[in-house]
Design a protein around this ligand. Structure first.
Ligand code: NCD
Ligand code: ZN
Length: 428
């Protein structure tokens, strides 16, 4: 079983900072990822739009420069949201939008997750000029939707927890006071959050991680699997079921991929319990496994369309990004996943930490066809060998050879064998 998909955007990823960034970015590129949202919870936070790196804050301009220098330039689009702090001003939003540097802002519940100590509470933001400016400009507010500052017994209980309290008690006021605000509810984990998103309508969307589709809190505590520990914490079976039916619902447009891949090098080695699952290199495979666990037949056209909507289309549409012209391929075969070596130490991907075999793998694209050429500038398409499947533009490649239109290349990116294929000529 082979699935040919457009490259996808990860609308919630942490690429961190310093020498390990390159490895994290590479892992994303290697899994057919064309970019997405690079979260701003660095140290210091990305809480200005323009200017030099200062001791207390970085700017989007500076962080994007670092990301690009570490290999992020190979992505098609990278959005760094502005970390909302007490120092955020409406002028930052206006200028950021005017100069094309600002596409999203991020709400962190104060002290609610890794490097969230600069966050401002939702109460303080609601009704203020910063959110008014987001409404005015259509800039997306990405929300880490958990109520902060709860006592342990309210933080996580069978009936209510930090996420359900946030969506039931805090979000309605935000929606009322800012009727045009566009919101992405990040990494939703519960039935309460899913219901909120579905009732809120088109201006609200949500990212869903692979871990929240695959696991429940039982998997986390059975043997204290700290590689599965992330925030918001995995919930109960009814919550997972709500997530599963939301992402696979026919023609749904509000839920999309955002892995929240959040590498912590010391997590495995020091046995520390930093919050964050690392899914670089294996996220599309995990999502495909999750869809199959939801009962979606990936062999059927409807199943493939629903997977493609979730992984590739909905998020790009919400953020107004063009669908990547290039594609990538998944194959239902046992896949490999290894520790990621970084200059700061190894990072354990979620399936390794969970000792879970991948039943999908990334596969090399094996047939390309040259659809047009001018000298050695060839326009290649990937032509899926499927009845009735259209051609998908893959790359514009400068090659040392002159390709004739209709010539056919095997191998990924390299001209391993060149020939002319009857059926491809026919399809063109
Ligand atoms: C993230 C991190 O490590 O940066 N951790 C996590 O558990 N998800 C922060 C976040 O997105 O909450
Ligand atoms: Zn995150």
């Amino acid at each position: 079983m082979i699935l040919d998909l457009p490259k996808w955007f990860d609308f919630h990823a942490h690429f961190r900072q310093g020498p390990a960034m390159g490895a994290y970015i590479r892992a994303h590129l290697d899994m057919g990822c064309a970019g997405g949202v690079a979260m701003p919870n660095t140290k210091p936070p990305v809480s200005r739009v323009f200017g030099e790196a200062l001791e207390a804050s970085w700017s989007i301009e500076h962080y994007l420069h670092d990301l690009n220098a570490a290999g992020g330039g190979a992505f098609e689009a990278l959005i760094v949201p502005l970390y909302l702090t007490r120092a955020t001003t409406p002028e930052m939003i206006v200028e950021g939008v005017a100069r094309g540097m600002l596409q999203a802002c991020k709400y962190y519940p104060p002290y609610g997750t890794t490097n969230a100590e600069h966050g401002v509470s939702l109460e303080e933001l609601i009704g203020g000029e910063v959110l008014r400016e987001l409404e005015e400009t259509g800039i997306v507010l990405c929300l880490h939707g958990e109520q902060h500052g709860l006592s342990g017994d309210r933080y996580f209980d069978a009936v209510d927890h930090a996420e359900s309290i946030f969506y039931r008690e805090k979000m309605p006021r935000l929606m009322d006071q800012h009727p045009r605000l566009r919101v992405v509810c990040e990494h939703v984990t519960s039935e309460a959050a899913v219901q909120f998103v579905q009732l809120a309508g088109e201006r609200v969307a949500a990212t869903v991680t692979p871990q929240h589709l695959l696991y429940t809190v039982g998997h986390l505590i059975q043997g204290l699997r700290y590689h599965l520990y992330c925030l918001p914490i995995v919930k109960f079976e009814a919550d997972r079921a709500a997530l599963r039916s939301a992402v696979t619902a026919s023609k749904q447009s509000q839920f999309f991929a955002g892995t929240d891949s959040a590498p912590h090098t010391t997590k495995a080695t020091a046995g520390g319990c930093a919050a964050g699952c690392f899914t670089g290199g294996c996220a599309p495979q995990l999502y495909a496994m999750a869809f199959e666990e939801c009962g979606v037949s990936m062999d059927s056209e409807a199943g493939q369309a629903s997977f493609e909507r979730f992984l590739c289309r909905n998020g790009a549409a919400f953020y107004g990004l063009p669908l990547p012209e290039q594609g990538f391929r998944l194959e239902r075969q046992v896949g490999r996943c290894d520790l990621l070596e970084t200059p700061e130490g190894p990072v354990t991907p979620l399936p390794v930490g969970m000792e879970r075999e991948l039943t999908w793998r990334l596969a090399a694209l094996s047939e390309w066809v040259c659809v047009s050429s001018q000298g050695n500038l060839a326009h290649f398409c990937f032509a899926p060998r499927r009845e009735g499947a259209g051609l998908r533009m893959l790359a514009r490649v400068q090659t040392p050879w002159n390709f004739l239109e209709g010539s056919f290349v095997c191998g990924y990116g390299g001209a391993v064998a060149v020939g002319v294929s009857e059926w491809l000529e026919h399809e063109i």
